[in-house]
Design a protein around this ligand. Structure first.
Ligand SMILES: [Zn+2]
Length: 302
């Protein structure tokens, strides 16, 4: 099995070829393409893959893409990303890799799958991955498969209560003040008037951020009862934010969720990714692997 893996994010697209997770992580056959308009971006991706020898060996293609996307058809739904609404990933993959088997899912479902199979949620039945970056997205894994209903989860667009006195309008083009509208990197920047990475010492900003993320996580706990929630993305690299979020979750989950989420377990439920920035591309690789091709799981202990 030789896999072409594509992790398509809103600002960049990572492409790699390999036959194992180790190869995908270590390969020199990897390139990063800026996400511009689809015609230019496709040409750059195709040019990279065509230069990889031997491209003819690729028999599976795993595509982990920004959403919304229909995994069956590979079509991107309505998106503010210019030119990408209606773009079809399957058509692209079938043109570049003739005869290969193509699997498409969201970038966050793929990252969740990578963390569930090789990272911070290994050995668990139900886990979630939340990425807090320019936007906010999330994937859910149940028994080794990305959770799909009529569509894929849109965790970033969950509606959450506002903190009293927070008059910020929100930045989501669809809902204004959903989770992404209030707590994404874009929201933090718009609220403060400068990019998140320049606000390291702004306690007020990070306390508010932890409050909104904490609310979202408690909502996830009440709905899917996950054994672990992995928090990734650029915003989560802010020192101490993970601890602030854990504190918020502990305060809000107290009493009524104590049976499953006792305070003593908070640190093992809300965790940082183990695969770091590789979760997306490893997830794209893992999308093509069915459960029966996987090594046995290590026993899990809380
Ligand atoms: Zn929204």
């Amino acid at each position: 099995m030789t896999v072409a893996a594509i992790e398509a994010g809103g600002t960049k697209i990572v492409c790699a070829i390999g036959a194992s997770v180790e190869e995908i992580r270590a390969t020199r056959m990897r390139c990063v393409v800026e996400t511009t308009d689809p015609t230019e971006t496709q040409a750059k991706m195709a040019s990279f893959f065509n230069a990889c020898k031997p491209i003819e060996k690729v028999d599976r293609v795993g595509i982990a893409t920004f959403g919304p996307v229909d995994p069956l058809t590979g079509t991107i739904g309505r998106t503010p990303k210019s030119g990408w609404s209606g773009f079809n990933w399957r058509t692209f993959a079938e043109t570049v890799f003739r005869g290969a088997n193509v699997t498409v899912d969201t970038d966050v479902n793929a990252a969740a799958l990578a963390e569930a199979r090789h990272g911070a949620a290994r050995g668990l039945h139900v886990s979630a991955y939340l990425t807090v970056g320019t936007g906010i997205g999330g994937g859910i894994i149940v028994d080794d498969r990305p959770f799909q209903g009529i569509g894929h989860p849109e965790i970033g667009h969950m509606l959450i209560p506002r903190v009293i006195d927070d008059a910020f309008a929100g930045v989501c083009p669809y809902h204004a003040d959903c989770l992404e509208g209030l707590a994404s990197g874009r929201a933090i920047g718009a609220r403060a008037g400068s990019p998140p990475e320049t606000l390291v010492h702004s306690n007020e900003i990070w306390t508010l951020e932890a409050t909104y993320l904490g609310i979202a996580i408690v909502n996830l706990m009440t709905v899917i009862s996950p054994q672990r929630i992995v928090l990734g993305g650029g915003v989560m690299k802010q020192p101490l934010l993970l601890d602030l979020v854990r504190r918020e979750v502990a305060a809000r989950a107290s009493e009524y969720l104590d049976l499953w989420f006792a305070r003593s377990h908070q640190e093992s439920i809300v965790v940082a990714p183990a695969l770091g920035d590789d979760a997306g591309i490893v997830g794209a690789f893992e999308l093509v692997r069915s459960t029966d091709q996987l090594p046995p799981k290590a026993p899990f202990r809380m």
